[in-house]
Design a protein. Structure first.
Length: 121
């Protein structure tokens, strides 16, 4: 089963729904001073977590020099109500789960769009 690391701009209600659905989710609080981009990427890569985030700055820095390789699910609808966002994420994960590891995907509207592979060549 897929494992996720929730980082910045992902409500705790979304984390709860993912966990209730049987997914392992490591939650990093937005105010965690020890949670740097480098440390989050290292943790995700080491334990094969797919990072879920709505933070554009994190995405840019995490993809720089291929810091994040385990997988990235970038959420663009962070203004949705938490349960709506959770439903949208669950549909995208259930439909595309096998394609999420080692790739950067963006959740746009109700579509999951693959941006690129993160695997080192």
């Amino acid at each position: 089963m897929l494992k996720f690391l929730s980082y910045k701009q992902i409500p705790t209600e979304v984390v709860a729904v993912l966990r209730e659905s049987g997914y392992e989710v490591f939650y990093v609080a937005s105010d965690d001073a020890d949670a740097t981009v480098v440390s989050v990427c290292e943790h995700a890569n080491k334990d094969s977590y797919i990072v879920i985030t709505g933070d554009e700055a994190f995405v840019k820095e995490a993809l720089m020099d291929k810091r994040l390789q385990s997988g990235l699910l970038q959420v663009l609808q962070t203004k949705l109500a938490p349960l709506q966002l959770a439903e949208l994420l669950m549909r995208a994960i259930q439909k595309n789960g096998d394609n999420l590891p080692y790739c950067h995907h963006r959740l746009e509207s109700e579509q999951l769009v693959k941006v690129k592979s993160l695997a080192l060549v």
